[in-house]
Design a protein around this ligand. Structure first.
Ligand SMILES: Nc1nc2c(ncn2[C@@H]2O[C@H](COP(=O)(O)OP(=O)(O)O)[C@@H](O)[C@H]2O)c(=O)[nH]1
Ligand SMILES: [Mg+2]
Ligand SMILES: [Zn+2]
Length: 398
């Protein structure tokens, strides 16, 4: 997402970057912190100008040139000598403490954030998020530290809040979409929604149909085939019979996986089956959320004993389509893509139009009917917060 509120450019060596700093309400306090941090770090920051301007959004910014900062993609990264730092991953937030797991030792440190990182962040709420790869220094007690640098992120899951992005977890490689064959009943359209979300975020999805011991899976064949034909990996699993568990284990090993799916489909049971050391509570509505109001919306990453991480948090499960519009949704049914150019109208919705490439492909069996029907239902579903303010915020899918 382009951030109108800040602009910067790469300089020759990539060390000096002109930054528009967002003014927060406690500007004075923050300015002092900034100075304090810079002095502590023995880095100089020259204030080229402190000119203030009002942006289109009405925010005030200060402009300054910072030394020791480079732009990577749309993120600002601070130059820190890696040899003096430890590397780790933010596993969770507990109150105001950021828990960082040391890559080498697996020890968890309770960390604070070097103040200057707040000035570099695109958004004050996303300075450090769960899943971030960080450089940190041990400081204070043996288990305490300070985060010195946040590495550029990929694979972000976020939600919209008052039109702004709130990152739930970063650096996710894949999403495991869990849907039960029965109890609760099989809902392929819900899988399709999660698939659209994953495609929008460019995160690879894996579909897991759980509790296959409860139903003759031949009944699900049209759907399973449709997902397979679209190129998705489908795993049929049961924690009762052990089916699919080894396959899932191989798929999750060494990777960072977010787990999506309705409550009760057996996510925690599956994760326990693939790694008994997790010891997750099952059939528990509150799941992995910590007690206390501060942490309930935070994601938590749990390391797998054989490498890799999983994230199973209610906020993640209902990740929303807050940043795409209804007109874009056909592009995220990936097997539709080759046929869209055959529609006569460029803005074809593939519903009522004549000469529609998608409808023709469905009639000729080139696009599975179940996926086309799910596309129609998704379009009609107003519980999703399409990028249209009039439609309001998303409700949770049932
Ligand atoms: N029959 C059957 N029940 C299962 C299976 N996996 C989990 N369950 C049951 O489904 C319920 C919900 O499981 P849980 O793992 O807590 O689901 P979650 O809410 O998605 O984490 C529990 O009562 C489990 O015993 C399975 O493979 N087969
Ligand atoms: Mg659970
Ligand atoms: Zn069409």
């Amino acid at each position: 997402m382009a951030d109108k509120g800040r602009k910067y450019h790469r300089s020759g060596e990539g060390r000096k970057v002109r930054v528009d700093l967002r003014r927060n309400k406690q500007n004075r306090a923050r300015q002092q912190n900034l100075t304090h941090d810079l002095m502590n770090d023995k880095e100089s920051a020259e204030d080229v100008s402190l000119s203030e301007r009002v942006t289109a959004r009405g925010d005030l910014f200060r402009r300054r040139t910072m030394v020791g900062v480079r732009a990577e993609g749309d993120q600002l990264v601070r130059d820190v000598d890696p040899s003096t730092c430890r590397t780790g991953r933010v596993s969770s937030f507990i109150g105001l403490h950021i828990m960082v797991r040391d890559d080498e030792t697996g020890v968890e440190y309770s960390c604070s954030v070097r103040g200057i990182l707040r000035s570099l962040a695109r958004d004050a709420r996303n300075v450090v998020v769960t899943g971030d790869r960080v450089l940190f220094r041990q400081e204070g007690d043996a288990s305490q530290g300070v985060i010195e640098r946040v590495e550029p992120r990929h694979g972000i899951l976020s939600r919209g809040s008052h039109g702004r992005e709130h990152i739930l977890v970063a650096n996710i490689d894949q999403v495991l979409i869990v849907a039960s064959a029965a109890d609760p009943e099989f809902k392929p359209q819900l899988i399709d929604r999660y698939l659209v979300c994953a495609e929008v975020r460019e995160i690879q999805p894996i579909i897991c149909i759980s509790k296959v011991d409860l139903l003759d899976t031949r009944l699900l064949l049209p759907n399973i085939q449709a997902f397979g034909r679209a190129g998705y990996n489908v795993v049929l699993a049961s924690t009762k019979t052990g089916q699919g568990i080894e396959q899932l284990k191989q798929l999750l090993k060494g990777r960072q996986t977010a787990v999506s799916g309705q409550s009760g489909v057996g996510k925690s049971s599956l994760l326990n089956a693939i790694d008994p050391e997790l010891g997750l509570k099952t059939a528990d509505v509150s799941d992995w959320t910590h007690k206390g109001t501060h942490t309930t919306r935070r994601a938590r990453l749990v390391p797998l004993s054989y490498g890799g991480w999983v994230c199973d948090t209610p906020g993640i499960r209902q990740f929303e389509l807050w940043d795409i519009s209804l007109e874009e949704v056909d592009g995220y049914y990936i097997e539709f893509r080759p046929f869209v150019p055959y529609c006569r109208f460029q803005d074809c919705t593939h519903t009522h139009e004549d000469h529609c490439g998608i409808k023709l492909a469905v009639e000729n069996g080139l696009i599975p009917r179940v996926r086309y029907q799910s596309y129609l239902r998704l379009r009609e579903d107003d519980t999703w917060a399409w990028k249209n303010p009039a439609r309001g915020h998303a409700k949770q899918p049932q």
